[in-house]
Ligand binder design. Structure first.
Ligand code: MRU
Length: 337
């Protein structure tokens, strides 16, 4: 069994390999995740990132060690350590809980690899479906804006919001994309531009503080972003800066869409106020490596913010385009993950 994806490679009997996303676009280094510490470190340092891909790579890591005779206790411990590596994205939590539930029921561990592949395939199909559904919201010639990275570097297939951009490009040929650079870690500037270039989708990179001005000039027709966790009432956590974009969209009367698979929904959380928001190292804000432009500052550095449901025009999942009325009827709340 084999996966050869833009950001992850897995083959039976071999260690999981991930593309080190901290090195993109200048270097395409593939890193082997041999030990649990290496895998947890890769997730914490964002070598592998994006809500779906974090979870899927944790599944493949467990598949790569499941037949090594380490014992159930060790696998339980490993899945807990993986689950705790980043707190906001819920896909990882869903997968790790399911893994432990199955582990406690099964006699051997031969199922783990098949299970990891099934989750991968489900995410890949969800990506295709979201792309097709999301593109029905786009008009030929549209100027779209996106934030962070939501493509194959963040999920299986073409990802979530990115899949809508790609599908719209394939259908109409004349859409263009504004890419928010996405401070502080530049997932838009470094990763989304890299992926859009590879896929031949025309784009312009902007700094995050340029979106308002573009909108005021009528140059943005819709915003498509992903999510890390969606509460039962539709509130959605995504990369810091997403909430600001949603507020701007409301003011300028521009549709704001969340694109995410059902695995990103947390039916147990009533509202977004319960979503744990990861706080990250101050050096991400003060500068990078030797280039600390603000060396003596305390910082505030949340990795995500929460956009309230009333600012979201629609949620695109693999099951359909959900509107406010669907959410109120309990479509997320009643979901069985
Ligand atoms: O901190 P990151 O880079 O893992 O954050 C990623 C995002 O916020 C994405 O928008 C989200 O995971 C959706 S990706 C399909």
């Amino acid at each position: 069994m084999k996966i050869d994806h833009i950001s992850l490679k897995y083959e039976t009997g071999l260690p999981l390999k991930i593309l080190d996303q901290t090195r993109i676009p200048h270097h395409e280094d593939w890193v082997e995740c041999l030990t649990l510490d290496e895998m947890v470190d890769a997730i914490k340092k964002l070598k592998v990132r994006g809500a779906p891909l974090i979870g899927l790579s944790a599944n493949f890591y467990l598949a790569s060690i499941a037949d090594k005779g380490l014992g159930i206790d060790y696998l339980m411990k490993a899945s807990k350590a993986l689950e705790e590596s980043r707190p906001t994205a819920v896909n990882l939590i869903h997968y790790m809980r399911k893994f432990r539930e199955l582990l406690s029921k099964m006699e051997s561990q031969s199922w783990v690899e098949n299970w990891a592949f099934e989750q991968w395939e489900a995410d890949r199909l969800a990506s295709e479906k979201m792309g097709t559904l999301g593109a029905t919201l786009v008009k030929p010639g549209a100027n779209l804006l996106t934030h962070c990275n939501t493509g194959g570097l963040a999920a299986a297939g073409n990802g979530t919001a990115f899949s809508v951009l790609k599908k719209s490009h394939d259908l109409f040929g004349d859409i263009s994309v504004y890419v928010d650079e996405t401070r502080p870690l530049l997932q838009g500037g470094r990763l989304t531009t890299w992926e859009l270039k590879k896929q031949g989708v025309p784009f312009k990179l902007i700094t995050d503080n340029m979106a308002a001005s573009l909108m005021s000039m009528g140059k943005v027709d819709a915003v498509f972003v992903g999510a890390d966790r969606i509460a039962a009432n539709g509130d959605a956590a995504n990369k810091i800066g997403t909430y600001g974009l949603a507020v701007l969209c409301k003011y300028h009367n521009i549709p704001f869409y969340i694109v995410a698979p059902e695995k990103t929904i947390d039916p147990e959380l009533e509202s977004g106020s319960g979503i744990p928001i990861e706080q990250r190292n101050r050096d991400e804000v003060r500068g990078w490596n030797e280039n600390l432009w603000a060396p003596d500052c305390e910082t505030y550095n949340p990795a995500f913010d929460v956009t309230p449901a009333n600012l979201i025009t629609a949620w695109v999942t693999e099951k359909g385009i959900m509107r406010d009325e669907n959410i109120k009827q309990g479509v997320f709340k009643n979901l069985k993950i």
